[in-house]
Design a protein around this ligand. Structure first.
Ligand code: SF4
Ligand code: SF4
Length: 345
């Protein structure tokens, strides 16, 4: 696959080229909150960031989405479905953990017997340009969960900051097509490939403290009634930040808005950390307290995902560590489970 070098001060040339005939989405500083937005000029794009506060998953799985509108015309029911996404788009500057999260979301929305056509159309309309993590933040643990700061899963192109240059590597045919005809760059040489390998080794070395997700899964399989869950949730305030900011969380609710004459059906993000999430119409709630909800969150990501898909449902982005208002650190919880697993070996 093609790999080229681009002088750092030429990045705006690349972004300008990507803007021709396409919509470009990239990290921007939105009042102190890093998020992915559509941009109209290279000057809006911020690339010297650790990771975005808000993950880019909402571009494929919107927080709120109209499934259809309905209306009564006389005795007849009229349904209007939204048009699928069209037009070419580029999602630029995604960290490898977030790019990998797209491959997990694909399994949920397109991988089984039921395919979400709107999600699939949105995914296919994007070319994803990843941005290698040369300086992972202290809360990151991607290498413990099957990823890496230079991993390419989910990216069509991978960009690496080499100091004075960017190394731009095609990962897929779609990515190679994006780089065709790119001007202002030169073919990557041996020295740039060596510098990339050094940067990768340094980034991986910075991610210390591996967690064995295999041990965690095995232990969770025998922990349903363990007293471990009694205390774990006590300081959790059930705000849902850990799930709303998680790039892999994908729970949603479907509600109707409007009257009997007209309205719309919407799909809207939900969270297993909310008490109403599992409240039955009868009033019974199988997860009545934080204990059951925290158990579900951990079991889903680290037991059920590996059982169903062969990999955990977490990409180690660290957002739930950074943004939990009561400092409930999922890495520590995993280490505690791992310690319990080692005790019974
Ligand atoms: S972010 Fe923290 S306090 Fe909020 S629901 Fe998650 S674990 Fe609980
Ligand atoms: S569980 Fe936490 S660390 Fe894992 S992907 Fe979600 S937000 Fe990131």
């Amino acid at each position: 696959m093609r790999a080229v070098l681009l002088a750092k001060d030429q990045i705006s040339v690349l972004l300008e080229a990507l803007l021709q005939g396409r919509k470009l989405f990239a990290p921007v500083d939105d009042g102190g909150v890093m998020a992915f937005r559509q941009v109209g000029s290279p000057q809006e794009v911020v690339l010297d960031y650790h990771n975005s506060t808000v993950p880019p998953k909402r571009l494929f799985f919107p927080q709120s989405e109209t499934l259809f509108r309905y209306g009564l015309e006389g005795e007849q029911l009229a349904l209007e479905e939204p048009q699928p996404a069209s037009g070419e788009k580029v999602l630029f500057g995604v960290r490898p953990c977030d790019a990998r999260s797209f491959t997990l979301l694909d399994r949920v929305f397109t991988g089984g017997n039921h395919c979400d056509g709107c999600y699939q159309a949105r995914r296919e309309s994007y070319t994803v340009v990843g941005l290698a993590c040369t300086h992972p933040r202290a809360e990151c643990f991607c290498t413990s969960v099957g990823g890496g700061p230079f991993a390419t899963a989910g990216s069509d192109v991978l960009v690496t900051d080499l100091g004075s240059d960017y190394l731009v590597e095609a990962v897929t045919d779609k990515g190679a097509a994006l780089l065709e005809g790119l001007s202002g760059c030169r073919e990557a040489d041996e020295d740039s490939i060596r510098r990339r390998a050094e940067a990768q080794a340094a980034a991986e070395a910075a991610l210390r403290g591996e967690i064995s997700t295999e041990d965690v899964k095995r232990k969770l399989q025998e922990m349903w009634d363990d007293p471990f869950w009694d205390r774990l949730h006590e300081k959790c305030i059930g705000c849902g930040a850990c799930t709303y900011l998680c790039p892999t969380c994908h729970c949603f609710d479907i509600v109707d808005e409007g009257s009997e004459q007209q309205g719309r059906r919407i799909k809207i993000w939900d969270s297993c950390m909310f008490p109403l999430f599992t409240l039955h119409a009868s009033g019974h709630n199988p997860r009545p307290t934080g204990k059951e909800r925290w158990r579900q969150r951990l079991m889903h990501k680290f037991r059920y995902w590996p059982e169903d898909h062969g990999e955990v449902g977490c990409v180690g982005c660290g957002r739930c560590v950074v943004d939990c208002p009561v400092n409930l650190d999922i890495r520590q919880v995993l280490r505690d489970v791992e310690s319990l697993a080692k005790k019974v070996k």
